[in-house]
Design a protein around this ligand. Structure first.
Ligand SMILES: [Zn+2]
Ligand SMILES: [Zn+2]
Length: 366
């Protein structure tokens, strides 16, 4: 194949590439694939950064648990891709060679009602395919993507910033927009994995004046403190709700986010929220136990659920990141080359880290 060389691009004389698949026994397998050729409305990306998501670990890496939209089909992994267009297919309408782009990680049918609202995550067509789940994802040297799934990456954001937006930051922003966060609010985030840390970072940028984090892993609490993302942090205990109330005038927070997916973590988010407050559940899986009347109804609280985001809101987020001057890549604690993808997934599954990224070219040197 012939590809026009961009400055700093690797030589593509070879026509195969390496890609990582997840067999489901907590290992990563590198395989050789032909470099794909973009068809109508498609582009070929040189991958620059692909971050690892909690759902990759939960549903694919250890064992293949997912069904439906989370059903892994043995494709190249990685649903948080960011890269540069190096080859155009015919029929493109907006993007072109050299453009830096984020890939919204679900390729929807484009014509069902959910797709028409921009929420391809909820596409109802059997043709729905998520990158890294049902079609090849970003853990490879190159990625074939549909133009309609691309979000432009502004010059002031790095590819690692963009990879973070592709899933985690987009998901968090959606939840925050649903409940609304401003300088009026004290915010509690339960679960300080990469999604919880992203939640703190965005709430801070949106003006929340008191940021409280809860996690059972001291290392994660330390990361939140070190990055200046939390004013108060607590390890879960039987008095954690009282601890939170003690730093919020004995009332609790106006807004709470559960990013822990734990039963008790979710109950903490609800109980530490004050009268008329709003709670948003973002963490996936598990269950919850609480007492509706004393914990919610009699205190006029509202509980929201949120799943990923729309592509238009992802574009809004990217614009706001530039305006706020914040960088999601600050949460990336470890970068690996593709050849060491096995180490990258193992570290992410250990939880003793912030965000873990597989990087290429200039992003690997950072
Ligand atoms: Zn994800
Ligand atoms: Zn659809």
């Amino acid at each position: 194949m012939h590809v026009e060389m961009q400055e700093g691009e690797v030589d593509m004389e070879k026509n195969t590439m390496m890609g990582a698949v997840l067999p489901g026994n907590s290992t990563v397998e590198l395989r050789e694939y032909p470099i794909p050729t973009p068809g109508y409305g498609q582009v070929l990306l040189r991958m620059k950064c692909c971050t690892i998501c909690g759902s990759d670990i939960r549903c694919i890496y250890h064992e293949h648990l997912g069904v439906g939209p989370e059903g892994y089909q043995g494709v190249i992994a990685g649903h948080e891709p960011c890269g540069q267009i190096i080859q155009e297919g015919p029929g493109l309408k907006r993007f072109k060679n050299g453009d830096r782009v984020i890939v919204y990680h679900i390729s929807g049918c484009g014509v069902c009602h959910e797709c028409r609202t921009g929420y391809m995550i909820s596409c109802t067509s059997p043709k729905r395919a998520a990158y890294g789940w049902q079609r090849d994802g970003g853990m490879a040297e190159y990625l074939l993507a549909d133009e309609k799934d691309l979000v432009a990456l502004p010059d002031s954001l790095s590819y690692a910033d963009g990879a973070q937006v592709a899933c985690g930051f987009g998901t968090v922003y959606e939840g925050i927009e649903k409940v609304g966060v401003s300088g009026d609010d004290a915010v509690l985030v339960v679960g300080l994995g990469p999604v919880g840390l992203a939640c703190l970072m965005l709430c801070k940028a949106m003006g929340a004046n008191k940021l409280i984090g809860v996690d059972m892993n001291q290392e994660r609490l330390d990361i939140a403190k070190k990055l200046g993302l939390a004013d108060e942090v607590f390890i879960p205990s039987d008095h954690v709700v009282e601890d939170i109330k003690a730093v919020t005038a004995d009332e609790g927070v106006e807004r709470a986010f559960d990013c822990s997916a734990s039963d008790s973590g979710r109950a903490t988010a609800i109980r530490a929220t004050r009268r008329w407050g709003k709670i948003c559940m973002i963490g996936e899986g598990g269950t919850i136990h609480f007492n509706p009347s004393p914990d919610m109804l009699h205190l006029q609280k509202t509980l929201y659920g949120s799943w990923v985001t729309s592509i238009w809101r992802m574009e809004d987020l990217v614009e706001h990141l530039v305006r706020w001057g914040i960088h999601p890549a600050d949460l990336v604690t470890n970068r690996f080359p593709l050849e060491k993808a096995g180490e990258a997934y193992a570290l992410m599954s250990s939880g003793n880290c912030g965000k873990v990224a597989v990087c290429f070219d200039e992003e690997l040197k950072k």
